[in-house]
Design a protein around this ligand. Structure first.
Ligand code: AMP
Length: 407
């Protein structure tokens, strides 16, 4: 039978048993972040469009479009497409910059981008991410990367590559950008339409292009490493030696840039080596100027964001078979059944009340299918069956029942 309604393009339902795996993974993400001393932040789904337009360059990146509309009061609103800007907005608005000189936050949230849906790319998707605000030290970058690698380890994701780069400060990037402009201008007609549009103001982003016609041209483009100052190079090599000391393997990629404008310094991405398309699991880096540009005090910051759907595709965490303690069935004596169910719940047992009022044979079949430990049939008497040992007895009340069960 075809449903009268279908889900919106680029969205999907998380159905059982997948929802169980989802929750297990979310718990892993939460508890690891907390182990590292990060606290959870939740922000509204809707924001003002300017938060993203003015601060993070969404208006300049034509491939990233937002779901936006005008409310009856004339406000331009959007469904949030990313989390760094909302986190920074909340950080400034809450005054955390005063009370928490080093503020470590993590989030798990739904995001919305009007992109072309494909495998691993939806219009509504979820991200787990962290933001550490307040420290400009390279050790902060090390901690953020360590947390990212731990997340993958605990989700059972292997076969990944950590790519790392330093994209320098604003001055360095300006010089690099000029050089890139010169280089890409020579190939203008061979570049993809998207990259041609980025030529000029956004030539750094051409490096991020996955378009086939751009790949060869990008390979020979100048490298930012040649433009980094002595301090930037020292910082970068200190980061790499910390990673070496921790045994975290990485691949330097001097062409690695992040999709949005506000990044500087350390930039990294972890991708999956086995899948070809949409293989970026997470990406992050420093954004030392964003807080100030959004009206807060000058605050260095670093973080990353991971796509939860993509993590789940790769995750090998196995859920144990779901079980229940008591499958409770009845045909007419439902009051007695509910009394027992009520008590069992209070005692901490898991139960499944079958309200279909079918035959004993039918209920028993379903109890076995659901991996129940006991089947409880409430008629004039209460019949209890241990589904492992197949022992069966008639009980009169819950204390008699408890003598029999060993859970
Ligand atoms: P970004 O915020 O674009 O840097 O993306 C960070 C991570 O979020 C990526 O590495 C992906 O894992 C995930 N991601 C980004 N866009 C999507 C999307 N449209 N659908 C699913 N996952 C996404």
């Amino acid at each position: 039978m075809k449903s009268k309604f279908q889900k919106i393009k680029g969205t999907y339902d998380i159905l059982p048993p997948e929802s169980k795996k989802w929750n297990t993974s979310i718990s892993i993400l939460q508890s690891l972040s907390e182990q590292f001393g990060y606290k959870e932040i939740k922000t509204p789904i809707i924001e003002n469009i300017d938060l993203f337009k003015q601060n993070i360059g969404y208006e300049t990146d034509v491939s990233k479009e937002m779901f936006s509309w005008e409310d009856p009061s004339g406000n331009q609103l959007v469904l949030k497409p990313e989390m760094t800007a909302p986190v920074v907005r909340a950080y400034i608005e809450s005054g955390f910059f005063r009370s928490k000189p080093l503020c470590k936050l993590f989030y798990i949230d739904a995001l919305f981008r009007r992109e072309k849906p494909q495998k691993g790319r939806q219009r509504q998707f979820h991200q787990f991410g962290i933001e550490a605000l307040g420290s400009s030290e390279v050790e902060q970058d090390v901690e953020v990367i360590l947390l990212a690698t731990k997340i993958l380890y605990h989700l059972g994701i292997s076969n990944t590559t950590l790519q790392i780069n330093d994209i320098g400060n604003y001055e360095t990037r300006k010089k690099y950008q000029e050089k890139l402009n010169e280089y890409f201008s020579d190939y203008k007609s061979s570049l993809s339409k998207l990259s041609q549009n980025r030529l000029g103001n956004n030539s750094l982003r051409i490096l991020d292009s996955k378009e086939e016609e751009d790949i060869e041209i990008i390979k020979n483009a100048p490298f930012i490493k040649e433009f980094l100052t002595r301090d930037e190079l020292n910082n970068y090599s200190s980061l790499l030696s910390h990673l070496d000391a921790l045994g975290i393997t990485y691949k330097e990629n001097s062409h690695l840039v992040r999709g949005l404008d506000y990044y500087n310094g350390t930039t990294f991405e972890i991708s999956n080596m086995s899948s070809k398309s949409q293989n970026a699991l997470l990406g992050g880096g420093r954004y030392d100027n964003l807080v100030e540009s959004m009206g807060g005090p000058s605050t260095p910051a670093v973080g990353f964001a991971a796509g939860i759907e993509r993590l789940l595709i790769e995750s090998s965490t196995e859920d144990k078979n779901e079980t229940i303690d008591f499958f409770i069935g009845f045909e007419s004596y439902s009051e007695g059944a509910f009394k027992i169910a009520n008590q069992l719940i209070d005692e901490g047992y898991s139960i499944y009340i079958d309200t279909l009022k079918k035959s004993e044979k039918n209920q028993l079949k379903n109890a076995i299918k659901m991996n129940a430990s006991f089947y409880l049939r409430c008629d004039e008497s209460i019949k209890l069956k241990n589904l492992t040992s197949k022992e069966e007895l008639v009980v009169n009340n819950i204390s008699e029942l408890k003598k029999f069960i060993k859970l």
